[in-house]
Every structure is written in C-alpha cells, then in structure tokens.
Design a binder for this molecule. Structure first.
Ligand code: SAH
Length: 267
C-alpha cells in the first residue's frame, strides 16, 4: 500500500515537473518574440481591413518576425504602416505593399519565384512561407551578405541569395512562375520578361526615381505580357550598374574638375 502511494506521488511530481518545463518553454518562446501582438495587429488593421484576402499570405505575414529585418534601434517601429530605412540608403517596404505584391504574384506551393532587390530579406522570407523555391538577387554586397546570414539564422535556409544585377535575372534558375521586383525601373527589363513562364506573373514598380511610379502586375499570356492591375507607389530605384566594357585603346581625356559625376542627380 505504501509502495503504491509512493508511486502515485512520484507520478504526480513527474507531471508537475513536466508542466513546469512546458510552462518555461512557452514563456521562453513568448519572451523571444515580444512583438507577437504588434504583428497580429498589423495583419488585422493594415492587411485584412484593406484588400489582402489570401489566408496563406495573412498567416505568412503573421509569422515572419519583421522586427528582425530592420536595424535594432528601429525594431519598435517594425510593425508600423510605413517603410523603414535598412541602411545603404535603401528601405524595407510598408507591410501592406509587401503583402499586396505577394498577393499579386499568386505564389502556389512549389512555385519557383524570383525576387529582384533582396534588401533586408523580408519579402524573401514572406515568399519562403509560401513556396520552397525562392531566389533573390541584391546588387549591394553588404545588404546581400547581411540578408543571407539573417535568413539562415531565422531558418529560411532554402532561400537562395545572390549578389548581382537584377536586370539580368537569374538565367540558371529560370524560368519562374513569378517575379517580384522591389525597386522601380523605367521599363520591364527584357531578361525578366524572358525568364517568366507562360502564365507567370511579374510584379514591378515602373517609373522614374523622383517622379510618378506605378506598381504593375503583368501576366505572360501567349508569350506576351498583359497588364492586369496597377497602383501608384514610391520605391527606391532599380540601379542600372555600368556595363563592363573592354578597356579603351586610349585613355579618354580627364573631365574638368567641376563636371558632375556620371549619373549624379542634378540639383
Ligand atoms: N525587398 C526588400 C526591400 C528592397 S529595397 C526587403 O524586403 O527588404 C530595393 C533593393 O533593391 C535595395 O536593397 C537595392 O540595393 C536593390 N537593388 C537596386 N538595384 C538593383 C539591381 N540592379 N539588382 C539587384 N538589386 C538592386
């Protein structure tokens, strides 16, 4: 009888220890992400109340820790209804624009998706919640390196990040079901059009750096891009890097010291 009583006590004690352990784990998870409430509020107020209706996108945006994709001193503002600086003069888009571009791209599980302009890696992480085939190109080496490390740290290790010129696309991984360009270009880069599958979606802001810009969703239909939706927007510029040319025969004369740098904005 005493033996049975002791066993009951041991079992009860075990249960208490187990529950306490689970409690610590749950509390630990919460402590690790104190932005959970802010993130859910963002989904409800900024996305659902507007026109983001795809439940997979709402779940993805409710899951990706956006505060980990902005500089630490801006983490408190990560879930606000606005873009934020991410260094190198670049910005992470407003949550609604990320969600809208993702919705327009109609990413189904298993789709192969290309993002041009990795930046912080946030848009790539949202895409990675929807498909396991995400390729992302970033022109600026510092941002490309930081984003690749961040995505790996957060468990998005299947996202492939490459440092290079997005105007060229990613020929070795093409064709793509969807291409998202997160910086404004004057027109659709021909390589991106070529690397889109039949029926594929291309979402790209078109326009000049300081002028009117329009986010456009195209679909490749019978080999041609057909425009399907537009929205006025403001993005950073998709920079056209200088094409590497063979060294000239003769050194060109040096420009006078007062002439502006090529490509410098005129003020
Ligand atoms: N999608 C990003 C934000 C992009 S900001 C995010 O979720 O954080 C636009 C990015 O495009 C910048 O990081 C900029 O460096 C990059 N970019 C500009 N020109 C580019 C080009 N030609 N090829 C690839 N990336 C480019």
């Amino acid at each position: 009888m005493q033996k049975i009583r002791r066993q009951i006590w041991i079992t009860l004690l075990g249960g208490v220890v187990l529950l306490a352990g689970l409690g610590i784990r749950v509390a630990g998870t919460r402590a690790m992400d104190s932005f959970q409430d802010a993130r859910q509020a963002m989904v409800a107020r900024q996305l659902q109340r507007r026109d983001i209706t795809d439940p997979r996108i709402l779940v993805a945006m409710g899951k990706v820790p956006r505060h980990r994709f902005v500089p630490p001193d801006l983490a408190a503002y990560a879930y606000g209804d606005h873009p934020l600086p991410i260094g190198e003069g670049q910005t992470i888009s407003q949550p609604y624009i990320v969600a809208l571009m993702t919705q327009w791209a109609e990413v189904a599980p298993g789709n192969k998706v290309l993002e041009v302009g990795t930046g912080s890696g946030y848009q790539a992480a949202v895409l990675a919640e929807l498909t396991d085939q995400v390729f992302s190109i970033e022109l600026r080496p510092v941002l490309a390196r930081q984003a690749a490390v961040r995505l790996k740290d957060l468990g998005y290790d299947r996202v492939q990040v490459k440092c290079g010129d997005g105007y060229q696309g990613w020929p070795a991984a093409a064709p793509f079901d969807a291409i998202l360009v997160t910086a404004a270009a004057p027109r659709v880069p021909p390589a991106l059009e070529a690397q889109l599958k039949e029926g594929g979606r291309l979402v790209i802001p078109l326009g000049t750096p300081y002028g009117v810009q329009t986010l456009v969703r195209w679909r490749k239909t019978q080999g041609k891009l057909v425009e399907e939706a537009t929205l006025p927007v403001r993005f950073v510029t998709l920079v056209q890097p200088p094409v590497l040319k063979a060294a000239p025969e003769k050194k060109p004369p040096a420009p006078p010291p007062t002439s502006p740098l090529p490509g410098a904005p005129s003020r």
